[in-house]
Write a protein that binds this ligand. Structure first.
Ligand SMILES: [Zn+2]
Length: 446
């Protein structure tokens, strides 16, 4: 990277191979779905993209005092967006041998109980944001622990770094150890306090977050549903139909409801702002209702494989009679990688097992613009005039194996992207820009 001297101009230029999606691709080869500059320049002012131009225009765009970050030959994409990740599970990732309900009890609840300590939570927030940025993720939709302070710690750290994070205090008032339980009233009040202090403060947003139906009483779901109705611009996140034993338990806890989704629906928690983590074992009625409501099914492939939950029916949901909106996510710590590239690789494999295909351009659309649309943020996930200048710079040849694979010659862009998602990791991330500011992530890796 070369930078000229910083003089008093707030214009920043980032040069490289610029790729950004205009719409959802209809499978491989749909080149109209994206714009691509083999030699492009992203022009940034005051944290936003002003324009994207051809590299040959650099003299027109530059000038005295303007900072140029030259990544010629590298890919520049919108920063990745992770639509489901657990902030207090960075020390739960890679825990051996259990399925969902046992995994929660044995590993997750004890780990989350520590986040009541604000000093601990603040240190963990620094690690968390370092780690997602190292992986090229500039925005994440995050579950905190049950402690309001855990959400505050992450929001404060995100504000300090300039990232856009969406964070909820996780509500849970039954079926867990006492030190991670709140109650219906405190969950409502803590979430409401977070919304008034943090929702829309700079780039930060607050998410209404019942963990899942098993750990919330009807009173708590009702309290959070009323909060969702009062704050229709807030996302709602929860878990849905991840595991068969979980679904059976929900059926016993809510015998009057038609199915799992109907539990959330009954309390006003299902709509176009709802992110339903996993959504693997849906009934036809649930699929119809997801479609009608505009709720998003969040595909978390590394987690679904690691916890042994099941195979997400991507094409069945996307292209069925009742199409469902889909997002992609890591679900760390049930998920096994912070990298959206590695997550896309596992999505491809899950879909192979279902007899389906995920093309590279569909996967990269999902990680960027697709996920931005799923969370209702049109100024994220794209590189175009007016968008936030959150960028990831990728080197497709960062490892010997990848350089060797791509050295066979005449790779198309789509082939290169497929190699990147299949073999890629944080090692491919050369740099990340947040609001136009470089984060120096490659130094952190070295
Ligand atoms: Zn989760």
């Amino acid at each position: 990277m070369t930078s000229s001297d910083r003089l008093p101009s707030d214009r920043i230029l980032v040069r490289g191979r610029v790729l950004s999606f205009k719409r959802r691709p209809h499978g491989a080869g749909d080149t109209d779905a994206y714009s691509y500059f083999e030699d492009g320049v992203v022009v940034i002012e005051a944290g936003r993209v002003i324009e994207v131009a051809e590299g040959g225009e650099i003299d027109r765009l530059g000038g005295e005092g303007i900072v140029l970050h030259d990544f010629s030959g590298k890919l520049i994409l919108p920063g990745f967006i992770d639509t489901h990740i657990h902030f207090p599970q960075t020390q739960v990732i890679a825990s051996y041998g259990e399925q969902l309900l046992e995994w929660l009890t044995r590993y997750t609840f004890p780990a989350e109980s520590r986040y009541g300590d604000p000093v601990f939570a603040a240190a963990q927030a620094r690690f968390f944001i370092d780690e997602v940025l190292r992986n090229g993720t500039t925005t994440a939709v995050c579950y905190g622990s049950m402690h309001k302070g855990s959400a505050e710690a992450l929001l404060a750290e995100s504000e300090r770094r300039g990232t856009a994070m969406f964070v909820g205090k996780t509500a849970m008032d039954r079926n867990a150890p006492p030190d991670v339980l709140d109650n219906a009233q405190s969950a409502h009040d803590d979430t409401e306090a977070l919304i008034s202090a943090w929702h829309g403060r700079g780039r930060q947003k607050v998410v209404i977050t019942p963990r899942f139906a098993i750990t919330s009483t009807p009173a708590q779901l009702e309290a959070l549903g009323s909060l969702a109705q009062a704050h229709p611009d807030c996302l709602v996140q929860t878990h849905l139909s991840e595991n068969l034993e979980e679904i059976a338990t929900v059926g016993r806890l809510f015998p009057d409801r038609a199915d799992y989704l109907d539990v959330y629906d009954h309390y006003g928690l299902v709509g176009p702002k709802s992110l339903m983590g996993h959504s693997i074992h849906l009934t036809p009625r649930e699929i119809r209702r997801m479609s009608d409501s505009g709720a998003v099914a969040v595909f978390c492939p590394t987690s679904n494989l690691f916890i042994g939950s099941g195979l997400f029916d991507y094409k069945g949901l996307e292209g069925g009679e009742h199409p469902v909106r889909i997002a992609l996510a890591t679900d760390v710590g049930g998920g096994t990688s912070y990298s959206m590239l590695a997550t896309a690789a596992e999505a491809y494999k899950v879909m192979q097992l279902k007899g389906q295909k995920l093309s590279a351009i569909e996967a990269f659309h999902l990680m960027t613009r697709g996920n931005a649309e799923a969370i209702g943020e049109p100024d994220l996930g794209r590189i175009a005039a007016g968008a936030h200048a959150d960028l990831v710079v990728l080197d497709s040849t960062a490892t010997p194996a990848m350089a060797h694979r791509l050295a066979m010659g005449s790779s198309s862009l789509e082939e290169e992207l497929f190699v990147l998602m299949t073999l890629g990791s944080e090692r491919n991330v050369c740099e990340v820009f947040v609001g136009g500011r470089p984060q120096g992530v490659q130094k952190a890796i070295a």
